[in-house]
Design a protein around this ligand. Structure first.
Ligand code: UDP
Ligand code: MG
Length: 302
């Protein structure tokens, strides 16, 4: 199998046929590919539509259905596990991500062996200004709190070589933040600018609250820096305590003395919390059970 496309679908009854027809029209008949649709607990007729397609085109269409809505991340994981292709892509079902771009991505990886994956990214965001503001800042926080970089505007519209997919599947953590995982595994990524189309039918499943939860989840699953905040605050308080204590000794002013006492108690509290957070961060890292490293290639070693 050359190419596998993983397509997460949640309430996409009006889009799955449009998506399938587009692939049929634009993909070469000789191309050896599979479409893995994941019905993420849709409440509409998506699954029925997918079953019809699977019956009609046994060669290309595969369907996995979830017992309820587990979210796009879970759907992506299920699809990646099932994919058999040498190249594996992730694409939305709503036609915002043009399937023809996937062929461009395939071409890039076939021609240039330096790259292991292609990630489409939006140069200019067409979305709501508030959401765009939060997203921009989110990537900045994310990049300043973790040891690898996530490109601004990069989506999960991507194509991977088999080796990258196998590495992604080595990460068995429960709280999956795919964009973080894709960057974490490393390899050489080609960033391809693209402009998303308008949604063909239906509406987005990601509202502001869902996006915010997703963002906070992303930071928490990839960074322990927020846990370091207590110890830093504790240190700042200890300096303030020292200053106020010295001021109290010099002035013997009761109010300054009271401030010094409050600062002393706060310092102790934050420092103790800092120590607890230090243990917590180690447990957090260990609980992810991530591989210690990922090998890209071995030379003269079997
Ligand atoms: N999706 C999913 N599970 C969910 C939410 C979304 O599988 O809980 C799918 C959805 O059907 C679509 C893709 O993920 O194929 C992207 O969702 P959407 O278009 O709503 O997001 P947006 O493009 O607005 O970021
Ligand atoms: Mg969409």
């Amino acid at each position: 199998m050359k190419l596998s496309l993983v397509v997460p679908c949640y309430n996409e009854e009006e889009n799955v046929n449009v998506f399938y027809d587009n692939i049929k029209k634009n993909y070469n008949k000789d191309l050896d590919y599979e479409l893995i649709f994941i019905d993420d607990g849709s409440k509409d007729e998506t699954l029925e539509k997918l079953k019809e397609l699977a019956k009609l085109d046994k060669k290309h269409v595969k369907t996995i259905s979830f017992s309820r809505n587990f979210g796009k991340e879970a759907a992506i994981l299920a699809g990646l596990k099932e994919a058999k292709g040498d190249y594996v892509g992730i694409i939305d079902a709503d036609m915002q991500q043009d399937p023809k771009i996937m062929l461009e991505m395939l071409d890039i990886l076939e021609k240039d062996t330096y790259y292991d994956s292609v990630a489409a990214y939006q140069k200019e965001r067409k979305e709501n200004k508030v959401i765009s503001f939060f997203k921009r800042n989110f990537y900045e926080i994310m990049n300043s709190t973790s040891s690898f970089e996530i490109k601004q505007g990069a989506s999960d519209f991507r194509l991977f070589r088999r080796a990258v997919v196998d590495s992604i599947l080595l990460l068995e953590e429960d709280n999956r933040f795919s964009k973080g995982i894709f960057s974490w595994v490393g390899f050489h990524t080609y960033y391809l600018p693209y402009v998303p189309n308008k949604r063909e039918h239906g509406s987005t499943k990601f509202n502001f609250v869902k996006l915010l939860t997703y963002g906070v989840g992303g930071i928490v699953s990839f960074s322990i820096k927020p846990l370091k905040a207590s110890i830093i605050i504790g240190m700042i308080f200890s300096v303030l305590f020292l200053i106020s204590f010295i001021a109290f000794v010099i002035t013997t002013n009761v109010i300054i003395g009271l401030c010094a006492l409050i600062l002393f108690i706060s310092t102790i509290q934050f420092l103790i919390m800092g120590v607890i957070c230090e243990y917590l961060s180690q447990i957090h890292i260990q609980s992810k059970n991530r591989p210690i490293y990922i090998i890209k290639e071995k030379i003269n070693i079997k």
